[in-house]
Ligand binder design. Sequence first.
Ligand SMILES: *Cc1c(COP(=O)(O)O)cnc(C)c1O
Length: 368
Amino acid sequence: MKTVKFVNIAAQFNSLRDEILKKIDDVCQSGSFILGNELKEFEQNFASYCGCRYAVGVANGTDALFLVMKALGIGRGDEVITAPNSFLATAGAIIAAGAKPVFADVRDDYNIDPNKIEEAITGRTKAIMPVHLTGRPADMSAILDIAKRHGLYVIEDAAQSVGASYNGKKAGSFGIAGCFSFHPLKTLNAYGDGGAITTNDTALYEKLVKIRNHGLKNRDECEMWGYNSRLDNLQAAILNVKLRYLDGWNRRKREMAAMYRERLHGVVKVPVDAQGEEPVYHTFIVQCERRNEMMQHLLKLGVETKVHYPIPIHLQEAASLLGYKEGNFPVAEAQAKRILSLPIYPELSDEELEVVCDAVRSFYSGLT
Ligand SMILES: *Cc1c(COP(=O)(O)O)cnc(C)c1O
């Protein structure tokens, strides 16, 4: 039986093997592992890729969110509005910073609903943290407008959307800061953890450079208390290689999304691109009745799928003290029961994609 894996990290490594092993060798020979030249180069490359003045490499995407809040002075007594359907790290970073996550329901495209943000604003709100979930940009013009009217920061969780754009502007370049993850499962990925923050704000940039490195302003002088959260020079070297392939990978993912859409339209609910957006489809999420049965059916036919994510954050045990309950966010809750992520990665072949589509269709026709 032909099987289709949900991810295939080795396939990408094998296609870049010589280039990457050479880079690793170079860095190891140089002995420069922390805050080295490859990191500097990556920060410049990544800032320019995102259309921002600055980028700061940090240890992971969660730290990117956390450090931005710390640098902006967001903490105890403050509220940050975000989406309940994101990966846990978004709300987790807000909690770690000492602030309170306040959720606002999402729209049909899985992204935060600007109208619901407006309803969630209180005197304690300091920031809006939209998540560009699934590789599709949130409604940034509406969100920036709300933020401006209420004097709030916009901190973008762009962990799933590297390279996506909205009205020609890249995800991560709209707010005071954009936060990225280079976790092995993201499209631009390291061989371990990694993250970055983009910004156009010089004061924020200068502060972030210090607080990711113990608050040091030079080797010996500590200006403020900080953290140890740096992107390794070795990971930065690997990312410098991969960044050159990113647009090609994202193009291929858009092509696969179009193929899925054409083949599965009318069979399951498929995502449709909105006017002005160029998504990158970090995940390709369909919605269907009897989702868990569908998943089992696909697995029996050798097709691996996942659910991103089955339990909304406000219903997690860890979130119980926030005081939410089932029914608070009906759109996100209904989606959580119906969503299914199909395999989508640059190395997936057209033939494999057909296998996935045939398997999905056969669930309804009973032709297994
Ligand atoms: C992956 C991810 C993060 C966290 O990134 P890490 O590098 O794993 O810390 C945060 N938010 C979203 C939406 C993500 O998908």
